[in-house]
Design a protein around this ligand. Structure first.
Ligand code: ZN
Length: 342
């Protein structure tokens, strides 16, 4: 039995942690937060979507309570997003070949074979994208392959969901005209559109407009935890019909039925969401979307080094090795092959 099935993951906020530390923290060897290269190797973490998330203020954490924050000023959003993007390329350059910013699904498969950590450049919110899409075009050429239209704040393209509990994701209007155009351009370039954080009206706009599989990188089942960050059964049905997928989020507040931020949440609660989503979507349409370095993890998981314990929990719940490999990385590779050009 292979205890270290490589795990490719739908979402982390490690760039935010490193950016906020102002060079007092290292990707390569750190005891802070949830991911560094040493612990990644210990946990069988093959890589994932590395989010560029622009905070409202230098020390703001990505999960806060209450209403939607204000729109970000564009110049500030662009400057900050470019600094965080540069940070990812600096990590790649300093890694002596151990970290690679990937641009194709073949790159990810190659990384798994050669034990190289694969990082997808992902923007969590299009706040740094101008409405004429010049930045998008340039960022695509630099390596941007995944984009959340919004984080939980409004921007020129759409509206996100607030961090209230319990609360429906059906709040606020659909995408703006610029948002419609953004979907078309992402389809044309082959940039994956991430639906996590988007409100329900925006979700249905993307479902109607997009030619790509529908993907939520780090969200759970609303039926098990009524957070607006989670997906209703109707949304899950649309994701299945598009042959897309969902990355299961390990944030305890998006897992627990009571929504409490209590780290004493067993890994069985993660398994319950995986089982529910697999029943609803099929075994080919579920993966992981940890939210490492951006959320409160179950104590039993701890950090990225604890991933083998999650696989062990899923084994106990009856998942065989072939299913675990799908959940761990094969489904992400499958969807990205269908979404990206090359
Ligand atoms: Zn997020």
């Amino acid at each position: 039995m292979d205890l270290h099935i490589p795990i490719f993951d739908g979402h982390n906020d490690t760039l935010l942690r490193l950016f906020a530390s102002k060079q007092n923290d290292s990707f390569f060897d750190s005891t802070q937060g949830h991911i560094d290269l040493t612990r990644a190797r210990a946990g069988g973490f093959a890589g994932g979507f590395f989010a560029v998330f622009v905070p409202s203020a230098p020390d703001e954490q990505p999960a806060n309570d209450g209403d939607l924050p204000e729109r970000l000023p564009f110049a500030y959003a662009l400057e900050t997003a470019l600094a965080m993007t540069a940070l990812l390329f600096q990590i790649e350059a300093q890694s002596a070949g151990q970290v690679r910013v990937v641009r194709t699904a073949d790159d990810i498969e190659h990384g798994i074979r050669t034990n190289t950590l694969s990082a997808i450049l992902h923007f969590e919110g299009a706040d740094a994208i101008d409405p004429e899409f010049h930045t998008l075009e340039v960022l695509y050429r630099a390596g941007l392959r995944s984009l959340g239209i919004v984080w939980s704040r409004p921007n020129a393209f759409g509206w996100g969901v607030p961090f209230r509990f319990p609360h429906t994701p059906d709040i606020g209007p659909g995408l703006t005209e610029a948002g419609h155009e953004l979907v078309r351009i992402c389809n044309r370039l082959g940039i994956m559109i991430d639906l996590s954080h988007l409100n329900e009206a925006g979700f249905w706009d993307v479902a109607r407009l997009s030619s790509a599989p529908l993907v939520a990188t780090h969200s759970n089942a609303y039926a098990l935890c009524p957070s607006p960050r989670n997906l209703t059964d109707r949304q899950l049905d649309a994701i299945r019909e598009s042959d897309g997928m969902v990355g299961v989020n390990f944030h305890v507040g998006f897992l627990r039925r009571d929504g409490r931020r209590d780290a004493a949440t067993p890994l069985d609660t993660v398994a319950e969401h995986v089982i529910y989503l697999v029943e609803r979507l099929g075994i080919d349409r579920v993966g992981f979307g940890s939210d490492f370095d951006g959320a409160l993890m179950p104590q039993a998981l701890g950090d990225v080094a604890g991933l083998p314990r999650l696989l062990e929990t899923l084994r106990r719940h009856g998942f065989d090795e072939a299913s675990l490999r799908k959940l761990a990385h094969e489904n992400w590779v499958r969807v990205l092959k269908k979404t990206w050009r090359g």
